[in-house]
Design a protein around this ligand. Structure first.
Ligand code: ZN
Ligand code: ZN
Length: 111
């Protein structure tokens, strides 16, 4: 099971993380910078969804699984979903709603 607590290797490039800040974030400084600067078409999303997607990434609650599929952890930490840039197994995603999980996946893939 994926842990949101600590990460020994960068979730993006797999390099070993050394600083406590990187270990908590799940990304090294370079990858973190790439992710913060990543831009995708945000016109389909509301500002609070964009903020939630950024939070999800900063909390390392979205973890690459394979290919373009990510494991995301629900806000209360009790559930995990499978997220792809265009679909998601969360309650909103199952109703074909564009959830912020999908946006976070898009941002990570664009980084
Ligand atoms: Zn990295
Ligand atoms: Zn979702």
């Amino acid at each position: 099971m994926a842990s949101t607590e600590t990460h020994t290797n960068c979730l993006r490039c797999g390099r070993k993380l050394t600083s406590p800040r990187s270990i908590a974030a799940g990304y090294g400084p370079t990858c973190g910078r790439h992710i913060r600067r990543a831009t995708v078409d945000l016109s389909e999303y509301k500002p609070h969804q964009i903020a939630s997607a950024r939070d999800l990434i900063e909390d390392a609650a979205i973890i690459p699984l394979r290919g373009h599929v990510f494991t995301t952890i629900s806000t209360d930490g009790t559930e995990t979903y499978l997220t792809h840039p265009t679909n998601c197994t969360c309650p909103a995603g199952r109703q074909a709603v564009r959830c912020y999980h999908q946006l976070a996946a898009r941002l990570l893939l664009a980084a």
